[in-house]
Design a protein around this ligand. Structure first.
Ligand SMILES: Cc1cc2nc3c(=O)[nH]c(=O)nc-3n(C[C@H](O)[C@H](O)[C@H](O)COP(=O)(O)OP(=O)(O)OC[C@H]3O[C@@H](n4cnc5c(N)ncnc54)[C@H](O)[C@@H]3O)c2cc1C
Length: 487
């Protein structure tokens, strides 16, 4: 028997008569027969309860839509990779035109001019007001901070890096529910369903109660990126990319990309390791065990005891370089005086909090043994590096060090080891326009389908300005929610 569990006619009255009993015959065919027993109707269905999904759902609910958020994870694991994020949102350094231009300059430069400039414009225009919107909804932020060498500032979810996101997402959930929205956990969206007119009109899900169709005139895909999808990584990024550690949740498998492709959506920006954010991190604490602030001040050696990159090029360039090293392992070597620098202390404080061991020794030879590199090779590397380090630079070395070239001279030597490359986020994804509408490869709009967040918009290329990904989720998520609700 087919019966309807939904709430009666929706705000837009999309499901009436026979339609209210389920999807049309064509839709049911497109949505893979047999048609499910249960059908429910909403104004907006959002797939994914991370930052982009919560921003979309809250905005749509604020605009009066009856919203349902689907989340394939258990309730206790709500939030996807957003829950693991540092919690920094990149913003222009002020309200004016000059500040917006500075934001754009940072983003374009970091993406080597190959990111999605249209999205950067939208982010520059809305980031500050959208962070203020989160604050109005009760999310606390620390004071804005500058992040060298950028012009942009970061608003970090309180109480600080890697501490605030899970609570912030739970808080957004309660705001959505206060506005009549509902969450379905352990409920996986499997297919999008199109109606006779070629519009997306629902999602087929599998959840605790079995298979159901959730119908809505607008669906927002906010299901994240594909860092945990070996097939996509090996097909598009690098044949060996599937062997990389996954820094985030292991169920970030690009489901939104796959589902949207089923109704004709285009994908973009997925080729090569340029489409990946990679960092060399602690192999156990893969999320927060990232020594990014210490890196430029230390020297990084491979398992042969050799330097292999200018450490000041940043932690993503470093992560990708470690990929090319024997055994894909690296160690950051430094001494007591370097450990006392505020930037180093920030990393070391996090590592202490996480219980990650810092190797220490009274000689380079002993340190070398602790980090499993040949002692003579490490001594030779450090001796040559110290001889070249003058006025903060170490030129004439291969590779050189263009800043923060502190002599490494003991009396105590330290190392963070092992560090291994892991994928943080993926940059490619669904083609969308600046209204978050999903596009086919020839830029035809797919009616009824919106997308936002890591899996949409191919915002970044090779690297991103820290905090840029969460800003993308927030700004484009809000736009998707507003448009999906008919605004
Ligand atoms: C360790 C780490 C640190 C980071 N730090 C920062 C930072 O400080 N600043 C920054 O800007 N970025 C950071 N990032 C990147 C950023 O966190 C992500 O790009 C962003 O959170 C992605 O948000 P999202 O909403 O698009 O996806 P997610 O937060 O991953 O949410 C997607 C949700 O969709 C659900 N889902 C997927 N498929 C389905 C399906 N078929 N049905 C139902 N539900 C589904 C998932 O379970 C998940 O909950 C970090 C990433 C990691 C891994």
């Amino acid at each position: 028997m087919t019966h309807r569990m939904g709430p009666g006619p929706t705000r837009r009255g999309v499901l009436t008569g026979a339609g209210a009993m389920g999807l049309s015959a064509t839709a049911a065919r497109a949505g893979y027969l047999p048609a499910p027993e249960r059908t429910e109707a909403f104004d907006v269905v959002v797939v994914g309860a991370g930052m982009a999904g919560c921003a979309a759902a809250l905005q749509a609910a604020e605009d009066g839509a009856r919203v349902c958020v689907l989340e394939k994870a258990r309730e206790a694991r709500m939030g996807g990779n957003s829950a693991l994020a540092g919690g920094g949102f990149a913003m222009p350094p002020g309200p004016g035109e000059g500040a917006r231009a500075a934001f754009l300059e940072d983003f374009e430069k970091k993406a080597q001019g190959r990111g999605n400039s249209d999205l950067y414009e939208v982010m520059a225009a809305h980031a500050r007001e959208d962070v203020a919107w989160l604050a109005e909804h009760g999310i606390d932020f620390t004071d804005e901070m500058r992040v060298d060498p950028y012009h942009v500032v970061m608003a970090v979810v309180a109480p600080g890096f890697y501490m605030g996101m899970p609570r912030a997402l739970r808080h957004l959930r309660s705001r959505i529910e206060e506005r009549g929205g509902s969450f379905r956990f352990e409920t996986k969206a499997q297919h999008l369903v199109m109606n006779d007119a070629g519009s997306v009109e629902g999602v087929r899900v599998v959840g605790p109660g079995g298979v159901a169709d959730l119908t809505a005139p607008a669906v927002v895909l906010a299901a994240g990126g594909y860092p945990a999808n070996t097939r996509l990584l090996e097909s598009y990024s690098d044949p060996n990319a599937g062997a990389l550690m996954v820094r985030g949740v292991p169920w970030a498998t690009g489901d939104g990309l796959e589902m949207a492709r089923g109704v004709g959506a285009g994908w973009k920006g997925m080729g090569g390791v340029m489409a990946l954010h990679v960092a060399a991190v602690d192999p156990v604490e893969t999320a927060a065990g990232n020594p990014f602030s210490l890196l430029p001040h230390a020297i990084s050696v491979n398992r042969e005891g050799q330097r292999f990159i200018d450490e000041t090029r940043g932690y993503v360039a470093h992560g990708k370089a470690v990929l090319e090293q024997p055994g894909q392992r690296a160690a950051l070597v430094f001494d007591e005086k370097i450990a006392e620098l505020p930037a180093a202390e920030s990393t070391l404080g996090t590592f202490r909090r996480l219980g990650i061991d810092v190797k220490s020794a009274g000689s380079l030879a002993d340190l070398a043994r602790a980090i499993e590199v040949p002692p003579e090779a490490l001594e030779d590397t450090v001796t040559r590096y110290n001889a070249a380090a003058k006025e903060g630079r170490a030129d004439g070395l291969e590779p050189p060090k263009s800043d923060y070239a502190h002599v490494v001279e003991g009396p105590t030597y330290h190392a963070l080891y092992p560090l291994a490359p892991g994928v943080t986020l993926t940059f490619g994804g669904l083609m969308i326009d600046t209204s978050a509408r999903v596009l086919e490869a020839d830029e035809r709009v797919i009616p009824g389908l919106f997308a936002a967040g890591e899996g949409a918009g191919h915002a970044f290329f090779n690297d991103y300005v820290g905090g840029g990904a969460l800003t993308n989720c927030l700004v484009m998520g809000r736009i998707a929610g507003r448009r999906a609700a008919g605004g």
